[in-house]
Design a protein around this ligand. Structure first.
Ligand code: PLP
Length: 364
């Protein structure tokens, strides 16, 4: 017996997450496995968040505050925005999904960039929305071509800055030119800038998109607690946008989309400046170390402002990925991003970074 599955679902490919540690141990009979595949914080969660989450569990029988009042208050003052500009989500992935569902109609389309974070494409495809994918230039967003494609039906443009998996980032002047062009072509187009790695960026030429919301009211910023805050397992992210846009997402989201541990953990994590500082410093040193070691090995690594590096072998990377797995190191293949010769590696602890380099030497 068959059931007529809608075409957009039949043709949908599921998201491929990083390979789990336990699965790798089981399959390859390994004792010790390290995972540098999902851009998680190698220092773990904020200790303050862990304590707050523990204490909150006795209230697990109660529904969470569906409005996220306390977290929005604190986040708003942390960011210099108003609580009405914030939408909390089950990871920023949920905000991506909500934006697509809420703002792209049947005759509309979205614009995405080649080699971009795959969640945008998946959300559009899963919701049967049309989209245009613009090729990159030297693995960077081609802002000129993107702005040329903007028309009356362009409702959303997704841009990650910095980008995942390429690590490429836009500079202030490019960004400002782009915003001006979008406003000129279609002032109603929503520009969604995904700043999941914002807290890792050190380049002073990097534009903090929150500074542009005033001049460009159709700008939406996405951030997350999954990366530097080390809370990927809790699922907490947020969008910053004009209050009238946020109000629409409040209609389309599920009533209790963010759990009690996520609300409480996020609140405590914002107070843990020490953890953020340590994470940023450790990442910066680790990234430098890996870059130097890859260079010595003759492996091309691209400049990065994030907690990961894209490396390129100049030949198919799948056998390198498999061989690294057998050495107990999980990294991320990115062939599904159109980058078959590359792997993405997350910056780990000092020890993990050394293990990765030792394994890479053996494998190559
Ligand atoms: C990791 C990442 C996110 C975070 O997603 P969450 O759902 O918040 O865990 C968002 N965007 C990009 C580009 C990422 O790499």
């Amino acid at each position: 017996m068959t059931f007529p599955i809608p075409h957009h679902v039949e043709t949908l490919q599921p998201y491929i997450p990083g390979k789990p540690i336990e699965e790798t141990k089981r399959e390859l009979g390994l004792q010790e496995v390290i995972k540098l595949a999902s851009n998680e914080n190698p220092l773990g969660p904020s200790p303050l968040a862990v304590q707050a989450i523990r204490e909150s569990l006795v209230e697990a029988h109660l529904y969470p505050d569906g409005s996220g009042f306390l977290l929005k208050q604190k986040l708003a003052s942390h960011l210099g925005v108003t609580p009405e500009q914030l939408v909390l989500g089950n990871g920023s992935n949920e905000i991506i999904e909500l934006l697509v569902k809420t703002f792209v109609g049947v005759t509309d389309h979205a614009i995405i960039s080649q080699h971009s974070f795959i969640a945008y494409k998946l959300a559009l495809h899963a919701n049967a929305k049309q989209f245009v994918e613009i090729p990159t230039k030297n693995r960077k967003h081609d802002l000129e071509s993107i702005s040329q494609k903007i028309g009356a039906q362009t409702k959303l443009i997704f841009l990650a800055n910095p980008e995942n998996p390429t690590g490429a980032w836009l500079l202030k002047d490019e960004w400002e030119n782009f915003l001006a062009k979008v406003a000129e072509k279609n002032a109603h187009t929503l520009v969604v800038v995904d700043e999941a790695y914002f807290e890792y960026v050190t380049d002073s030429r990097y534009p903090n998109s929150l500074h542009y919301h005033h001049a460009y009211p159709h700008l939406i910023t996405l951030r997350t607690f999954s990366k530097i805050y080390g809370l990927a397992g809790l699922r907490l992210g947020y969008g910053v946008m004009a209050p009238w846009l946020a109000a629409y997402l409040d209609r389309t989201r599920l009533p209790f989309n963010v759990s009690v541990p996520a609300l409480v953990g996020g609140l405590a994590a914002l107070d843990d400046c020490e953890h953020v500082k340590k994470s940023r410093e450790s990442n910066s040193l680790g990234r430098q170390y890996l870059q130097e070691e890859f260079e010595k090995l003759g492996v091309q690594s691209f400049l990065s402002q994030t907690n990961f590096l894209l490396i390129d072998f100049g030949f198919p990377a799948a056998p390198v990925f498999d061989a690294l797995l057998r050495q107990g190191v999980i990294v991320r293949p990115v062939a599904n991003y159109g980058l078959p010769n590359s792997l993405r590696v997350t910056v780990g602890t000092d020890r993990e970074n050394e293990q990765l380099i030792i394994a890479m030497k053996k494998v190559l």
